[in-house]
Ligand binder design. Sequence first.
Ligand SMILES: [Zn+2]
Ligand SMILES: [Zn+2]
Length: 221
Amino acid sequence: MNKILLPSVLFFLLLLLSCGDSAVSMMDPDDGNTLSAPVDDPGHVEICHDNMNSLASACAMFYGMENRYPEELSELGTSGIYENWDDPCPGCGELYQYSTNVIGDTYSIICPMLTDPNHGYIIDGIRSWPPGSGGGIEGCRSNMMSLGSGCAMFYGSENRYPIHLKELGITGVMENWDLVCPDCGELYSYYSDPAGTTYVIQCPLPWDPGHGFIDDGVISW
Ligand SMILES: [Zn+2]
Ligand SMILES: [Zn+2]
């Protein structure tokens, strides 16, 4: 028994000692591996995706007004559509790479980080990252619930649901009726019948399953 126990006790002691060593070195700031490449902050990915989503929805709004995508991102600023068009990628501090074609019916927004992989890209509204990877599902669903209660308030005063979500803004029921899905940056799909007796609010994500929908106040998730 002792023959087996003694080596394992020694081993255990050695383990304790080595643990103690590494604990000390971890606490010593001068011993940190400061020369290695900085690890990209995971929070940067989310901020960068949010930035690109905002740029993409601003491009979509620009298209709605001008019937073409902007030639340069700065046009989003000069047209007054999106003042923060020059928000940089939080990982590298550079402006987003943007390109379009001559007639402006296509665009791409690319994260400027030189690392491979960088934070991804958006081409014509399609994201390079999977839905929900930015943690946007909770934000999306709370957006839809806000819109749903906006619709209920609208019904309370108008005795019908809005025909378009825009009506929530026009009537002053909900100023931020133009909330977008945090993962795709698009306005919510909304359906109502001509009499406004029913409605559906749906996340615009092109993936299946997306973030769900609200049908006459009944949530799908
Ligand atoms: Zn980035
Ligand atoms: Zn969504």
